[in-house]
Design a protein. Sequence first.
Length: 281
Amino acid sequence: MARTVGVVGGGRMGGGIAQVLLGTGATVHVVEAGDEAAAAAQERIVAGLGEAARRGKLSGSVEDAAARLTMVDTPAELPGDCELVVEAVPEVPALKVEVLTAAERAIGPDAVLATNTSSLSVTELAAALQRPQRFVGMHFFNPVPASRLVEVVRAADTADDVVATALGWADALGKTGIVVRDSPGFASSRLGVLLGLEAIRMLEEGVADAEAIDTAMELGYRHPMGPLRSTDLVGLDVRLAIAEYLAGELGDRFAPPQLLRDKVAAGDLGRKTGRGFHDYS
């Protein structure tokens, strides 16, 4: 019998997570409020399945996978037999708490509840839950289908078997799971944001242009993507929010450069708007 899972949020990250879960043969319920948003999310997920099939990365047909996808309006509509539910809504603590507590009420006591947060405290989110021992961070990376890493974040009360389950799902998805202790920015965001912020400061100071800074890291250090291109992919608004959070938790070394603030204010958010530190128009 196919495994049943849920994803709360059908945006870029949630849709990608749903797509790779469908690729394992699971039945996936995606929470996306509103008919228009749900239809757009479903279309995006099915298109991703089609692209995976064209690349030879999908076992079975697109039609079979798409038939195992169900869109629901609220977390309360998630079926009680979900083994795993991954929350992938924006990095707003109050919003995450709202959907996580609703999802927890809908699913069984042995299910694993996970958050895809890239920087927020998993332990603080867990404080709102009735079963914090069944809660874990599963930080996926963008784009989810192509990325090879899942950062499994152990909160203060996360049970050992829940960590093992999260690692098992990462393996089933064809990804490598690493376990980190809950701390601001975990391992990946803390290092990635710090590098990105320094690259922005270098651009701000006229050390080199964006193309040169990215090429230096891509060719000199074999990074698959330079720090400014990476910021464009993540979204300048997302990186600014994470930097502000980390600055509050870890100090001024994470203070956002003025150039980043100015670009976000101007609406230059990266690939999603066509312009960030590079031009995608």
